[in-house]
Ligand binder design. Sequence first.
Ligand code: KIV
Ligand code: ZN
Length: 523
Amino acid sequence: MTPTTDQDRVLIFDTTLRDGEQSPGATMTHEEKLEIAAALDEMGVDIIEAGFPIASEGDFNAVSEIAKNSRNSVICGLSRANFKDIDRNWEAIRHAARPRIHTFIGTSPLHRAIPNLTQDEMADRIHETVTHARNLCDDVQWSPMDATRTEHDYLCRVVEIAIRAGATTINIPDTVGYTAPRESADLIRMLIEKVPGADEVVFSTHCHNDLGMATANSLAAVEAGARQIECTINGLGERAGNTALEEVVMALRVRNDIMPFATNVDTTRIMKLSRRVATVSGFPVQYNKAIVGKNAFLHESGIHQDGVLKNVETFEIMKPADIGLNEDNIVLGKHSGRAALKSKLAALGIDLGQNQLNDVFVRFKDLADRKKEVYEDDLWTLVRDAEDETPDRLELKDLKVICGTGGQSAEMVMLVDGKETRAETSGDGPVDACFNAVKEIFPHQAKLELYQVHAVTQGTDAQATVSVRLNEDGRIVTGQSADTDTVVASVKAYLHALNRLLVRRGKVGEGADTREISYKDVS
Ligand code: KIV
Ligand code: ZN
Protein backbone atom coordinates (compact mmCIF):
# COMPACT_ATOMS: atom_id res chain seq x y z
CA MET A 1 0.00 0.00 0.00
CA THR A 2 1.38 3.43 -0.92
CA PRO A 3 1.23 6.25 1.65
CA THR A 4 -1.32 8.96 0.91
CA THR A 5 -0.81 12.70 1.30
CA ASP A 6 -3.37 13.06 4.06
CA GLN A 7 -1.44 10.70 6.33
CA ASP A 8 0.57 11.87 9.31
CA ARG A 9 4.08 12.78 8.23
CA VAL A 10 7.09 11.24 9.91
CA LEU A 11 10.10 13.48 9.56
CA ILE A 12 13.29 11.77 8.48
CA PHE A 13 16.36 13.14 10.25
CA ASP A 14 19.53 11.78 8.69
CA THR A 15 22.67 11.71 10.81
CA THR A 16 24.99 9.80 8.44
CA LEU A 17 27.36 12.76 8.43
CA ARG A 18 27.42 13.08 12.23
CA ASP A 19 26.62 9.86 14.13
CA GLY A 20 27.44 7.75 11.06
CA GLU A 21 30.76 9.43 10.43
CA GLN A 22 31.55 9.07 14.14
CA SER A 23 31.88 5.32 13.71
CA PRO A 24 35.57 4.37 13.90
CA GLY A 25 37.16 4.51 10.47
CA ALA A 26 34.16 5.95 8.62
CA THR A 27 35.81 9.33 8.15
CA MET A 28 34.78 11.10 4.94
CA THR A 29 36.61 13.84 3.10
CA HIS A 30 35.20 17.38 2.91
CA GLU A 31 34.07 16.89 -0.70
CA GLU A 32 32.47 13.55 0.08
CA LYS A 33 30.47 15.11 2.91
CA LEU A 34 29.18 17.84 0.59
CA GLU A 35 28.27 15.28 -2.02
CA ILE A 36 26.38 13.06 0.45
CA ALA A 37 24.56 16.08 1.92
CA ALA A 38 23.46 17.21 -1.56
CA ALA A 39 22.19 13.70 -2.32
CA LEU A 40 20.26 13.54 0.97
CA ASP A 41 18.71 16.92 0.25
CA GLU A 42 17.67 15.80 -3.24
CA MET A 43 16.28 12.58 -1.84
CA GLY A 44 13.81 14.49 0.34
CA VAL A 45 15.34 13.97 3.78
CA ASP A 46 13.71 16.54 6.09
CA ILE A 47 16.65 17.26 8.37
CA ILE A 48 20.35 16.62 7.76
CA GLU A 49 22.61 16.52 10.78
CA ALA A 50 25.76 17.69 9.04
CA GLY A 51 28.32 17.33 11.82
CA PHE A 52 29.64 18.44 15.18
CA PRO A 53 31.10 21.89 14.44
CA ILE A 54 33.22 22.26 17.60
CA ALA A 55 34.86 18.86 17.08
CA SER A 56 37.41 20.14 14.54
CA GLU A 57 38.10 22.84 12.00
CA GLY A 58 37.27 20.27 9.29
CA ASP A 59 33.87 19.50 10.81
CA PHE A 60 33.10 23.21 11.18
CA ASN A 61 33.98 23.92 7.54
CA ALA A 62 31.96 20.96 6.27
CA VAL A 63 28.86 21.94 8.27
CA SER A 64 29.00 25.58 7.18
CA GLU A 65 29.53 24.67 3.53
CA ILE A 66 26.63 22.17 3.66
CA ALA A 67 24.49 24.89 5.28
CA LYS A 68 25.38 27.36 2.50
CA ASN A 69 24.57 24.83 -0.25
CA SER A 70 21.37 23.52 1.32
CA ARG A 71 18.16 23.69 -0.69
CA ASN A 72 15.18 22.06 0.96
CA SER A 73 16.42 20.20 4.02
CA VAL A 74 16.83 21.73 7.46
CA ILE A 75 20.55 21.73 8.32
CA CYS A 76 21.36 20.76 11.86
CA GLY A 77 24.63 20.81 13.81
CA LEU A 78 25.31 19.06 17.12
CA SER A 79 26.60 20.75 20.28
CA ARG A 80 27.16 19.72 23.88
CA ALA A 81 25.40 21.60 26.66
CA ASN A 82 27.65 24.64 26.92
CA PHE A 83 27.59 28.10 25.36
CA LYS A 84 30.91 27.71 23.53
CA ASP A 85 29.73 24.58 21.67
CA ILE A 86 26.36 26.11 20.87
CA ASP A 87 27.88 29.38 19.60
CA ARG A 88 30.30 27.51 17.36
CA ASN A 89 27.46 25.36 16.08
CA TRP A 90 25.36 28.43 15.27
CA GLU A 91 28.34 30.03 13.48
CA ALA A 92 28.41 27.02 11.14
CA ILE A 93 24.72 26.43 10.49
CA ARG A 94 23.38 29.97 10.42
CA HIS A 95 24.06 30.16 6.66
CA ALA A 96 21.37 27.56 6.01
CA ALA A 97 17.95 28.60 4.73
CA ARG A 98 16.55 26.48 7.57
CA PRO A 99 19.08 26.01 10.40
CA ARG A 100 18.58 23.87 13.51
CA ILE A 101 20.67 23.75 16.69
CA HIS A 102 20.82 20.33 18.31
CA THR A 103 22.13 20.27 21.87
CA PHE A 104 22.39 17.30 24.24
CA ILE A 105 23.50 16.15 27.66
CA GLY A 106 23.66 12.68 29.22
CA THR A 107 20.83 12.42 31.76
CA SER A 108 21.09 8.83 33.04
CA PRO A 109 22.77 8.21 36.42
CA LEU A 110 25.88 6.87 34.66
CA HIS A 111 26.15 9.96 32.47
CA ARG A 112 25.34 12.45 35.22
CA ALA A 113 28.27 11.06 37.20
CA ILE A 114 30.80 12.09 34.54
CA PRO A 115 30.47 15.90 34.86
CA ASN A 116 29.58 15.15 38.50
CA LEU A 117 26.35 17.17 38.41
CA THR A 118 23.45 16.69 40.79
CA GLN A 119 19.98 16.36 39.27
CA ASP A 120 19.27 20.02 40.13
CA GLU A 121 22.55 21.28 38.70
CA MET A 122 21.93 19.40 35.47
CA ALA A 123 18.38 20.74 35.26
CA ASP A 124 19.78 24.31 35.56
CA ARG A 125 22.34 23.58 32.86
CA ILE A 126 19.62 22.32 30.52
CA HIS A 127 17.50 25.42 31.13
CA GLU A 128 20.43 27.81 30.46
CA THR A 129 21.75 26.07 27.36
CA VAL A 130 18.42 25.49 25.63
CA THR A 131 17.44 29.12 26.35
CA HIS A 132 20.76 30.25 24.87
CA ALA A 133 20.28 28.11 21.77
CA ARG A 134 16.71 29.36 21.31
CA ASN A 135 17.90 32.98 21.52
CA LEU A 136 20.08 32.22 18.49
CA CYS A 137 17.79 30.02 16.43
CA ASP A 138 14.03 29.39 16.19
CA ASP A 139 14.53 25.67 15.59
CA VAL A 140 16.13 23.93 18.59
CA GLN A 141 16.34 20.20 19.20
CA TRP A 142 17.26 18.87 22.62
CA SER A 143 18.35 15.32 23.49
CA PRO A 144 18.71 13.65 26.89
CA MET A 145 21.50 11.23 25.97
CA ASP A 146 20.93 7.69 27.32
CA ALA A 147 17.26 8.58 27.83
CA THR A 148 16.25 4.93 27.86
CA ARG A 149 18.34 4.38 31.03
CA THR A 150 17.26 7.62 32.73
CA GLU A 151 14.83 7.52 35.70
CA HIS A 152 11.35 8.26 34.32
CA ASP A 153 10.56 11.04 36.82
CA TYR A 154 13.81 12.80 36.08
CA LEU A 155 13.36 12.36 32.33
CA CYS A 156 9.88 13.96 32.51
CA ARG A 157 11.30 16.80 34.58
CA VAL A 158 14.16 17.64 32.18
CA VAL A 159 12.02 17.26 29.06
CA GLU A 160 9.59 19.77 30.55
CA ILE A 161 12.46 22.18 31.31
CA ALA A 162 13.76 21.90 27.75
CA ILE A 163 10.28 22.55 26.33
CA ARG A 164 9.78 25.60 28.58
CA ALA A 165 13.22 26.90 27.56
CA GLY A 166 12.14 26.82 23.91
CA ALA A 167 13.11 23.45 22.43
CA THR A 168 10.93 22.64 19.43
CA THR A 169 11.96 19.00 19.01
CA ILE A 170 12.61 16.56 21.84
CA ASN A 171 14.74 13.66 20.72
CA ILE A 172 14.79 10.52 22.85
CA PRO A 173 18.03 8.60 22.28
CA ASP A 174 18.53 4.94 23.00
CA THR A 175 22.24 5.67 23.04
CA VAL A 176 23.43 2.15 23.83
CA GLY A 177 20.80 0.18 21.91
CA TYR A 178 19.34 -1.18 25.13
CA THR A 179 15.60 -0.76 24.72
CA ALA A 180 13.07 -3.11 23.10
CA PRO A 181 10.04 -2.21 20.95
CA ARG A 182 7.34 -2.27 23.65
CA GLU A 183 9.50 -0.27 26.05
CA SER A 184 10.45 2.22 23.30
CA ALA A 185 6.75 2.85 22.62
CA ASP A 186 5.84 3.07 26.33
CA LEU A 187 8.54 5.66 26.94
CA ILE A 188 7.33 7.99 24.18
CA ARG A 189 3.71 7.50 25.23
CA MET A 190 4.56 8.26 28.87
CA LEU A 191 6.39 11.48 27.94
CA ILE A 192 3.58 12.67 25.68
CA GLU A 193 0.98 11.95 28.37
CA LYS A 194 2.82 13.30 31.39
CA VAL A 195 4.98 16.24 30.33
CA PRO A 196 3.21 19.62 30.24
CA GLY A 197 3.74 21.25 26.84
CA ALA A 198 4.44 17.92 25.10
CA ASP A 199 1.75 18.67 22.52
CA GLU A 200 3.68 21.75 21.35
CA VAL A 201 6.82 19.89 20.28
CA VAL A 202 7.80 17.08 17.92
CA PHE A 203 9.00 13.92 19.64
CA SER A 204 11.84 12.15 17.92
CA THR A 205 13.44 8.72 18.28
CA HIS A 206 17.16 7.97 17.94
CA CYS A 207 18.02 4.29 18.26
CA HIS A 208 21.28 2.40 18.18
CA ASN A 209 21.40 -1.18 16.97
CA ASP A 210 23.40 -3.01 19.62
CA LEU A 211 20.73 -5.70 20.01
CA GLY A 212 19.59 -5.50 16.38
CA MET A 213 16.33 -3.79 17.33
CA ALA A 214 16.93 -0.20 16.16
CA THR A 215 14.43 -0.30 13.30
CA ALA A 216 11.74 -2.04 15.37
CA ASN A 217 12.31 0.38 18.27
CA SER A 218 12.05 3.42 15.98
CA LEU A 219 8.82 2.21 14.40
CA ALA A 220 7.35 1.38 17.81
CA ALA A 221 8.17 4.93 18.92
CA VAL A 222 6.34 6.30 15.86
CA GLU A 223 3.27 4.22 16.63
CA ALA A 224 3.32 5.73 20.14
CA GLY A 225 3.45 9.31 18.86
CA ALA A 226 7.02 10.16 17.79
CA ARG A 227 7.01 12.04 14.48
CA GLN A 228 10.71 12.15 13.70
CA ILE A 229 13.08 9.23 13.17
CA GLU A 230 16.84 9.72 13.39
CA CYS A 231 18.70 7.34 11.14
CA THR A 232 21.66 6.85 8.82
CA ILE A 233 22.17 5.40 5.36
CA ASN A 234 23.11 1.69 5.62
CA GLY A 235 22.67 2.00 9.40
CA LEU A 236 26.20 3.44 9.63
CA GLY A 237 27.15 4.51 13.14
CA GLU A 238 28.97 3.85 16.38
CA ARG A 239 29.39 0.17 17.35
CA ALA A 240 26.49 -1.76 15.72
CA GLY A 241 25.27 1.43 14.09
CA ASN A 242 22.10 3.54 14.05
CA THR A 243 18.64 2.85 12.70
CA ALA A 244 18.97 2.36 8.91
CA LEU A 245 17.13 5.01 6.91
CA GLU A 246 16.26 2.62 4.11
CA GLU A 247 14.70 0.15 6.56
CA VAL A 248 12.35 2.56 8.33
CA VAL A 249 11.37 4.37 5.15
CA MET A 250 10.62 1.15 3.27
CA ALA A 251 8.86 -0.40 6.27
CA LEU A 252 6.54 2.61 6.45
CA ARG A 253 5.89 2.30 2.75
CA VAL A 254 5.47 -1.46 2.42
CA ARG A 255 3.46 -1.86 5.65
CA ASN A 256 1.49 1.35 5.28
CA ASP A 257 -1.62 -0.75 5.90
CA ILE A 258 -0.67 -1.14 9.56
CA MET A 259 1.61 1.91 9.94
CA PRO A 260 -0.25 4.68 8.08
CA PHE A 261 2.50 7.32 8.04
CA ALA A 262 4.09 9.11 5.11
CA THR A 263 7.67 10.30 4.62
CA ASN A 264 9.02 12.72 2.06
CA VAL A 265 11.79 10.39 0.88
CA ASP A 266 12.11 9.55 -2.80
CA THR A 267 12.82 5.86 -2.28
CA THR A 268 14.09 5.36 -5.83
CA ARG A 269 17.27 7.14 -4.79
CA ILE A 270 18.04 4.73 -1.94
CA MET A 271 20.23 2.21 -3.75
CA LYS A 272 22.51 4.75 -5.35
CA LEU A 273 23.06 6.62 -2.11
CA SER A 274 23.61 3.40 -0.19
CA ARG A 275 26.39 2.40 -2.55
CA ARG A 276 27.96 5.83 -2.44
CA VAL A 277 27.96 5.90 1.37
CA ALA A 278 29.47 2.41 1.43
CA THR A 279 32.24 3.60 -0.85
CA VAL A 280 33.12 6.86 0.82
CA SER A 281 32.87 5.47 4.35
CA GLY A 282 34.79 2.30 3.49
CA PHE A 283 32.07 0.26 5.23
CA PRO A 284 30.73 -2.31 2.75
CA VAL A 285 27.09 -3.34 3.04
CA GLN A 286 26.59 -6.91 4.24
CA TYR A 287 25.19 -9.15 1.49
CA ASN A 288 22.00 -10.03 3.36
CA LYS A 289 21.33 -6.51 4.67
CA ALA A 290 17.63 -5.62 4.49
CA ILE A 291 16.68 -3.45 1.47
CA VAL A 292 20.17 -2.60 0.15
CA GLY A 293 22.15 -5.84 0.53
CA LYS A 294 23.41 -7.44 -2.66
CA ASN A 295 21.17 -10.46 -2.03
CA ALA A 296 18.08 -8.52 -0.93
CA PHE A 297 16.33 -9.22 -4.26
CA LEU A 298 18.08 -12.42 -5.35
CA HIS A 299 16.33 -15.77 -5.38
CA GLU A 300 18.53 -18.83 -5.27
CA SER A 301 16.41 -21.85 -4.36
CA GLY A 302 14.50 -23.58 -7.14
CA ILE A 303 11.16 -23.21 -5.37
CA HIS A 304 11.67 -19.46 -4.92
CA GLN A 305 12.84 -18.94 -8.51
CA ASP A 306 9.90 -20.90 -9.83
CA GLY A 307 7.46 -18.90 -7.71
CA VAL A 308 8.96 -15.53 -8.69
CA LEU A 309 8.84 -16.43 -12.38
CA LYS A 310 5.14 -17.30 -12.10
CA ASN A 311 4.19 -14.38 -9.90
CA VAL A 312 6.84 -12.03 -8.57
CA GLU A 313 4.76 -11.31 -5.46
CA THR A 314 5.19 -14.86 -4.19
CA PHE A 315 8.58 -14.00 -2.74
CA GLU A 316 8.96 -10.23 -3.18
CA ILE A 317 7.25 -7.73 -0.90
CA MET A 318 8.60 -4.70 -2.75
CA LYS A 319 9.80 -4.03 -6.24
CA PRO A 320 13.52 -3.55 -6.89
CA ALA A 321 12.57 -0.40 -8.83
CA ASP A 322 11.07 1.09 -5.65
CA ILE A 323 14.59 1.53 -4.30
CA GLY A 324 16.12 2.44 -7.65
CA LEU A 325 17.23 -1.00 -8.82
CA ASN A 326 16.13 -1.13 -12.42
CA GLU A 327 16.31 -4.23 -14.52
CA ASP A 328 16.67 -4.03 -18.27
CA ASN A 329 17.66 -6.49 -20.94
CA ILE A 330 20.95 -4.91 -21.95
CA VAL A 331 23.97 -7.11 -21.24
CA LEU A 332 27.19 -5.22 -21.65
CA GLY A 333 30.29 -6.80 -23.13
CA LYS A 334 33.30 -5.81 -25.18
CA HIS A 335 31.20 -5.02 -28.25
CA SER A 336 28.92 -2.60 -26.43
CA GLY A 337 29.25 1.03 -27.40
CA ARG A 338 28.97 4.33 -25.58
CA ALA A 339 25.19 4.58 -26.14
CA ALA A 340 24.53 1.18 -24.52
CA LEU A 341 26.75 2.12 -21.60
CA LYS A 342 24.99 5.46 -21.20
CA SER A 343 21.56 3.84 -21.28
CA LYS A 344 22.58 1.19 -18.75
CA LEU A 345 24.00 3.86 -16.45
CA ALA A 346 20.80 5.87 -16.79
CA ALA A 347 18.78 2.78 -15.81
CA LEU A 348 20.90 2.63 -12.66
CA GLY A 349 20.10 6.28 -11.96
CA ILE A 350 23.66 7.37 -12.77
CA ASP A 351 23.82 10.58 -14.73
CA LEU A 352 27.39 11.48 -15.69
CA GLY A 353 28.76 14.56 -17.39
CA GLN A 354 30.51 14.05 -20.75
CA ASN A 355 34.03 13.90 -19.30
CA GLN A 356 33.12 11.39 -16.64
CA LEU A 357 31.20 9.31 -19.16
CA ASN A 358 34.28 9.23 -21.41
CA ASP A 359 36.40 8.20 -18.45
CA VAL A 360 33.99 5.42 -17.45
CA PHE A 361 33.81 4.27 -21.07
CA VAL A 362 37.59 3.85 -21.26
CA ARG A 363 37.58 1.90 -17.99
CA PHE A 364 34.62 -0.15 -19.20
CA LYS A 365 36.38 -1.13 -22.43
CA ASP A 366 39.48 -2.12 -20.52
CA LEU A 367 37.41 -4.29 -18.17
CA ALA A 368 35.30 -5.79 -20.98
CA ASP A 369 38.52 -6.93 -22.68
CA ARG A 370 39.33 -8.99 -19.61
CA LYS A 371 35.85 -10.13 -18.66
CA LYS A 372 33.08 -11.73 -20.72
CA GLU A 373 30.14 -9.84 -19.31
CA VAL A 374 30.10 -6.58 -17.42
CA TYR A 375 27.42 -6.59 -14.73
CA GLU A 376 25.67 -3.72 -12.96
CA ASP A 377 27.89 -4.12 -9.93
CA ASP A 378 30.97 -3.79 -12.14
CA LEU A 379 29.55 -0.52 -13.46
CA TRP A 380 29.01 0.86 -9.97
CA THR A 381 32.66 0.12 -9.27
CA LEU A 382 33.83 1.77 -12.50
CA VAL A 383 31.75 4.86 -11.75
CA ARG A 384 33.09 5.01 -8.22
CA ASP A 385 36.67 4.97 -9.55
CA ALA A 386 35.90 7.61 -12.17
CA GLU A 387 34.25 9.91 -9.65
CA ASP A 388 37.19 9.81 -7.27
CA GLU A 389 39.18 13.00 -7.50
CA THR A 390 42.12 12.09 -5.25
CA PRO A 391 45.33 13.00 -7.11
CA ASP A 392 47.34 9.88 -8.00
CA ARG A 393 50.71 10.92 -6.65
CA LEU A 394 51.54 7.28 -6.06
CA GLU A 395 50.63 5.12 -9.03
CA LEU A 396 51.18 1.48 -9.87
CA LYS A 397 52.96 1.12 -13.18
CA ASP A 398 54.01 -2.51 -13.31
CA LEU A 399 53.80 -5.52 -11.07
CA LYS A 400 55.17 -9.03 -11.23
CA VAL A 401 54.31 -11.41 -8.44
CA ILE A 402 55.62 -14.88 -7.79
CA CYS A 403 53.48 -16.96 -5.50
CA GLY A 404 52.87 -20.58 -4.66
CA THR A 405 54.44 -23.15 -2.40
CA GLY A 406 57.99 -21.99 -3.22
CA GLY A 407 57.58 -18.53 -1.62
CA GLN A 408 56.13 -15.16 -2.48
CA SER A 409 57.89 -12.13 -3.89
CA ALA A 410 57.01 -8.99 -5.80
CA GLU A 411 58.76 -6.81 -8.34
CA MET A 412 57.03 -3.46 -8.44
CA VAL A 413 57.40 -0.33 -10.52
CA MET A 414 55.62 2.71 -9.17
CA LEU A 415 55.32 6.30 -10.33
CA VAL A 416 55.92 8.70 -7.46
CA ASP A 417 54.92 12.18 -8.56
CA GLY A 418 55.52 10.91 -12.09
CA LYS A 419 58.97 9.52 -11.37
CA GLU A 420 59.61 5.83 -11.93
CA THR A 421 60.81 3.88 -8.89
CA ARG A 422 61.12 0.15 -8.28
CA ALA A 423 61.43 -2.37 -5.50
CA GLU A 424 61.80 -6.11 -5.10
CA THR A 425 60.50 -7.63 -1.91
CA SER A 426 59.21 -10.81 -0.36
CA GLY A 427 56.45 -11.40 2.20
CA ASP A 428 54.02 -13.78 3.83
CA GLY A 429 51.83 -14.18 0.77
CA PRO A 430 51.60 -12.19 -2.47
CA VAL A 431 49.66 -9.26 -0.98
CA ASP A 432 52.10 -8.91 1.91
CA ALA A 433 55.03 -9.00 -0.53
CA CYS A 434 53.40 -6.22 -2.58
CA PHE A 435 52.56 -4.07 0.43
CA ASN A 436 56.20 -4.42 1.54
CA ALA A 437 57.24 -3.15 -1.88
CA VAL A 438 54.96 -0.13 -1.52
CA LYS A 439 56.46 0.54 1.91
CA GLU A 440 59.97 0.24 0.56
CA ILE A 441 59.29 2.73 -2.20
CA PHE A 442 57.22 5.04 -0.04
CA PRO A 443 58.24 4.62 3.63
CA HIS A 444 55.46 5.55 6.03
CA GLN A 445 54.22 4.79 9.52
CA ALA A 446 50.51 4.42 8.69
CA LYS A 447 49.06 1.32 10.31
CA LEU A 448 46.96 -1.00 8.17
CA GLU A 449 43.79 -1.35 10.26
CA LEU A 450 41.55 -3.11 7.78
CA TYR A 451 42.01 -5.16 4.62
CA GLN A 452 38.89 -6.59 2.99
CA VAL A 453 38.31 -8.39 -0.30
CA HIS A 454 34.94 -8.98 -1.95
CA ALA A 455 34.08 -10.43 -5.32
CA VAL A 456 32.01 -7.80 -7.15
CA THR A 457 30.21 -10.35 -9.28
CA GLN A 458 30.17 -14.09 -9.76
CA GLY A 459 32.59 -16.29 -11.73
CA THR A 460 36.34 -16.76 -11.68
CA ASP A 461 36.80 -13.70 -13.91
CA ALA A 462 34.92 -11.55 -11.38
CA GLN A 463 36.44 -8.31 -10.24
CA ALA A 464 37.73 -8.28 -6.69
CA THR A 465 36.98 -5.11 -4.82
CA VAL A 466 39.42 -4.34 -2.04
CA SER A 467 39.02 -1.87 0.83
CA VAL A 468 41.84 -0.86 3.12
CA ARG A 469 41.86 1.46 6.10
CA LEU A 470 45.04 3.21 7.28
CA ASN A 471 45.68 5.15 10.44
CA GLU A 472 48.55 7.62 10.62
CA ASP A 473 48.70 9.45 13.97
CA GLY A 474 44.89 9.40 14.23
CA ARG A 475 44.35 10.47 10.59
CA ILE A 476 42.17 7.70 9.26
CA VAL A 477 41.77 7.15 5.55
CA THR A 478 40.23 4.43 3.45
CA GLY A 479 41.09 3.29 -0.04
CA GLN A 480 39.19 1.14 -2.50
CA SER A 481 39.93 -0.42 -5.83
CA ALA A 482 38.69 -3.19 -8.07
CA ASP A 483 40.40 -5.38 -10.61
CA THR A 484 40.02 -8.85 -12.04
CA ASP A 485 43.39 -9.53 -10.38
CA THR A 486 42.98 -9.54 -6.59
CA VAL A 487 46.61 -8.64 -5.93
CA VAL A 488 46.49 -5.68 -8.32
CA ALA A 489 43.22 -4.53 -6.70
CA SER A 490 44.91 -4.78 -3.28
CA VAL A 491 47.91 -2.68 -4.31
CA LYS A 492 45.70 -0.07 -5.98
CA ALA A 493 43.45 0.15 -2.90
CA TYR A 494 46.53 0.60 -0.70
CA LEU A 495 47.86 3.34 -3.00
CA HIS A 496 44.42 4.98 -3.09
CA ALA A 497 44.47 5.20 0.71
CA LEU A 498 48.04 6.54 0.71
CA ASN A 499 47.12 9.15 -1.90
CA ARG A 500 44.23 10.22 0.34
CA LEU A 501 46.62 10.36 3.26
CA LEU A 502 48.85 12.69 1.28
CA VAL A 503 45.84 14.97 0.72
CA ARG A 504 45.04 14.85 4.43
CA ARG A 505 48.66 15.64 5.36
CA GLY A 506 48.50 18.82 3.30
CA LYS A 507 48.36 20.06 -0.21
CA VAL A 508 51.70 19.94 -1.97
CA GLY A 509 52.88 23.32 -3.22
CA GLU A 510 50.54 25.20 -0.90
CA GLY A 511 52.92 24.98 2.03
CA ALA A 512 50.38 23.29 4.30
CA ASP A 513 52.73 20.44 5.01
CA THR A 514 56.48 20.22 4.86
CA ARG A 515 56.59 16.45 4.62
CA GLU A 516 57.79 15.59 1.17
CA ILE A 517 57.18 12.21 -0.32
CA SER A 518 60.39 10.38 0.41
CA TYR A 519 61.02 7.36 -1.71
CA LYS A 520 63.73 5.11 -2.96
CA ASP A 521 65.36 6.85 -5.90
CA VAL A 522 66.75 4.48 -8.48
CA SER A 523 67.70 7.08 -11.08
O1 KIV B 1 23.23 8.27 20.66
C1 KIV B 1 23.08 9.40 21.15
O2 KIV B 1 22.68 9.57 22.29
C2 KIV B 1 23.42 10.54 20.32
C3 KIV B 1 23.02 11.88 20.86
C4 KIV B 1 24.10 12.88 20.72
C5 KIV B 1 21.75 12.32 20.22
O3 KIV B 1 23.92 10.40 19.23
ZN1 ZN C 1 23.63 8.28 18.53
